[in-house]
Design a protein around this ligand. Structure first.
Ligand SMILES: NC(=O)c1ccc[n+]([C@@H]2O[C@H](COP(=O)([O-])OP(=O)(O)OC[C@H]3O[C@@H](n4cnc5c(N)ncnc54)[C@H](OP(=O)(O)O)[C@@H]3O)[C@@H](O)[C@H]2O)c1
Length: 168
């Protein structure tokens, strides 16, 4: 079975975005994101793509959109299911093991039922925002690892990066 993961940073009140941007500066978490996703297939919604502004290098970029047909350097799909199906085929052909959903709110909600791994950056703040991560029933998940990072000049808040695998 392929690994289909979510990589997401969320606040204590589950905020992940504001005004089509990230609500914080967490340089260390961005490095973690880059390291985790490099050489993998990443799937994102159109708004997250626009927020990033370009395909991310050294990753296979999939964008889900009903309003954009083509993006240079990325594959565009009309539905989340089409993107997942194609990504699974791509994994088979290219011997890749993991498909990473990188957001935003629509994509995380759409794909939670087929996701079997979570890489959560839990940002220690309660913050105003307009996009939220869906509620997770943690009885369905087992924690595999957890690493704590402290607020410093590069990072606005304390945060913990925790990895889970689905058990049910
Ligand atoms: N904290 C984090 O880890 C993190 C990660 C990623 C993003 N974000 C934040 O999340 C926010 C963006 O999230 P969002 O929820 O507004 O948007 P999004 O999920 O990035 O993109 C939504 C768009 O994707 C397309 N889409 C989504 N589901 C679809 C479906 N089932 N079928 C067809 N198209 C579909 C649609 O594009 P069309 O309108 O073109 O049809 C939709 O408008 C930003 O603030 C961003 O910074 C945070």
């Amino acid at each position: 079975m392929k690994v289909i993961s979510h990589v997401v940073a969320l606040s204590n009140n589950s905020v992940i975005g504001v005004d089509n941007n990230l609500p914080w500066n967490l340089k260390t978490d961005l490095l973690h994101f880059k390291e985790y996703t490099t050489n993998k297939i990443i799937i994102m919604g159109r708004k997250t793509y626009e927020s990033i502004g370009k395909p991310l290098p050294n990753r296979v970029n999939y964008v889900v959109s009903t309003t954009i047909d083509q993006i240079e350097g990325a594959f565009v799909f009309k539905s989340t299911q089409d993107a997942i199906d194609d990504a699974i085929d791509y994994c088979e052909k290219e011997n890749k093991k993991e498909i990473v959903i990188i957001g935003g709110g629509f994509l995380f909600k759409d794909t939670l039922p087929v996701t079997n791994k979570l890489v959560l950056t839990k940002v220690d703040c309660d913050i105003a925002g307009d996009v939220f991560y869906p509620d997770i029933d943690f009885s369905e998940w087992q924690e595999l690892s957890s690493e704590r990072f402290s607020k410093d000049s590069n990072n606005d808040y304390d945060f913990i990066v925790s990895t889970y695998e689905r058990v049910t």
